[in-house]
Design a protein around this ligand. Structure first.
Ligand code: GDP
Ligand code: IMO
Ligand code: MG
Length: 426
């Protein structure tokens, strides 16, 4: 059985949840390895929509063990709410099916307060974060003053931690941001009510994963966000605070690079972005509005309208390189039906490479190639040959530009609305 990494190849919301759910039929384990509840992964099964923020997208596959790995930052209240919602929907969520790494870090109430306060103080320069406390939680992790799940489970450590860090946090909230200070007792009480719900699920997950790999059970590493939100390789500083690229799967779950067999990148057949930062192929006119309306491009986490634009092959080719992609999944091809002409960005004027960093990327001029569109609906098309000729040409052009085989094409939101073309999906 293969060990497969699934990552976003653009700016997030490419359809990772749907693809992980689909592939989870073939593996024993799904592991989230970075990010937190800034993610919103949508699964549509039998017409029923489930949005997951922290729980891995293998949870709807009955035989799959789901692990929240050490690289994730966990908001305990959000996790408990998500567990309850799944149970209410009839999904089995027990300590065998959902395992939480004791080494994962906790998003604490002040991380959210600091995230929101900083964003509102930043005005025009804001990053447009999800406001979930992701950045401040990772800052504390790297600053060696974070709280891990193991510490949360120990009441005295939790109490000491709050007593130690809260005075300084409150000074910053009040003096720097004119925000309200937090009450230590209330923070403790809020977290304390959640601890017993998490305890049965919490354990060191390293041995679990390595035993599974030895048995050949197959592990799927589920990325969150996308390559160009990576803290090193993205459009810095308009990025998230973790390594979203495939390399992050190893550190965020405790396996070595030699364990990974395949890296699947997910890209939409066009491009979207939520939050601030450069977006060379962004459309601010009618075609952009159309993509937003037909593609229902509103954030699964914050409900914000997503910025929409043409497919940027220069960026996805760079993502293929950064991730060591072995296959590309192209989602939402159905959304393009009815557009007369489709544009693909094949590079930037005067540049060989996609510039790193926000300033340089804001200054580029995309070079477009125009392709004829198609009018037919793609609903129900299940083979590549069944696609309109211009749709096949569009996919084949992307494949050639990116240099990676398109192994799955999405034709709708449902689990089964796919055209499967290659490994590891076949
Ligand atoms: P993720 O964060 O990468 O998991 O993606 P999101 O769930 O945030 O956003 C992807 C959206 O597109 C969701 O609403 C999915 O249900 C939907 N989706 C995924 N694949 C397809 C597809 O092939 N066609 C259509 N029309 N919708 C899709
Ligand atoms: P999924 O996993 C799209 C964006 C935010 C903001 C930037 C930093 O569903 O693809 P953060 O809260 O992480 O500090 O925000 O990153 N962002 C996402 N955009 N999809 C996501 O996750 C995102 N997670 C964060 O909008 O621009
Ligand atoms: Mg999403």
């Amino acid at each position: 059985m293969l060990n497969i990494v699934v990552v976003g190849a653009q700016w997030g919301d490419e359809g990772k949840g749907k693809v992980v759910d689909l592939l989870a039929q073939k593996v024993g384990y799904v592991v989230r390895f970075q990010g937190g509840n800034n993610a919103g992964h949508t699964l549509v099964v039998g017409g029923v929509k489930t949005v997951l923020h922290l729980i891995p997208s293998g949870i709807l596959q009955a035989n799959c063990v789901n692990i929240i790995g050490n690289g994730v930052v966990i908001d305990p209240a959000v996790l408990v709410r998500e567990m309850d919602a799944l149970v209410a929907a009839g999904v089995t969520v027990n300590p065998y099916r959902l395992v939480i790494s004791t080494e994962a870090h906790v998003i604490l109430p002040w991380h959210k307060a600091l995230d929101l306060a900083r964003e509102s103080a930043a005005g025009e320069g804001k990053i447009g974060t999800t406001g979930r406390g992701i950045g401040p939680a990772y800052e504390d992790k790297v600053g060696r003053r974070g709280l891990r799940i193991a510490d949360l489970l120990d009441r005295s450590t939790l109490g000491r931690h709050i007593a130690m860090v809260l005075p300084d946090v409150n000074r910053r909230l009040v003096a720097d941001f004119h925000a309200a200070p937090l009450d230590g007792k209330a923070c403790f009480a809020e977290l304390d009510t959640l601890v017993e719900r998490l305890r049965p699920h919490a354990r060191s997950t390293i041995r679990l994963l390595h035993d599974a790999m030895r048995r050949g059970d197959g592990i799927l590493f589920e990325g969150a966000q996308g390559t160009f939100l990576d803290v090193d390789h993205g459009t810095y500083p308009f990025v998230t605070s973790s390594n979203t690229v495939a390399g992050g799967a190893c550190a965020g779950s405790g396996v070595g690079p030699t364990c990974i067999d395949e890296v699947i990148g997910i890209a939409k057949a066009y491009c979207t972005r939520v939050g601030s930062g450069p977006f060379p192929t962004e459309l601010s006119d009618a075609p952009g509005e159309r993509l937003r309306a037909v593609g229902h491009e509103f954030g699964a986490t914050t409900g914000r309208p997503r910025r929409c634009g043409w497919f940027d092959a220069a960026m996805v080719q760079t993502a293929a390189m950064l991730n060591g992609m072995t296959g590309l999944v192209l989602t939402k091809l159905d959304v393009l039906s009815g557009m007369e002409t489709l544009r693909i960005c094949v590079g930037y004027e005067g540049l060989l490479d996609v510039p790193t960093g926000a300033v340089a990327l804001s200054a580029v001029t995309p070079i477009y190639e125009d392709l004829p569109g198609w009018s037919e609906s793609l609903t129900g098309v299940s083979t590549f040959e069944g696609l309109p000729e211009n749709a096949r040409r569009y996919v084949e052009r992307i494949e050639a530009l990116v240099g990676v085989p398109v192994v799955v094409i999405g034709t709708g939101a449902g689990r089964d609305e796919v055209i499967v073309r290659g490994r590891p999906f076949l």
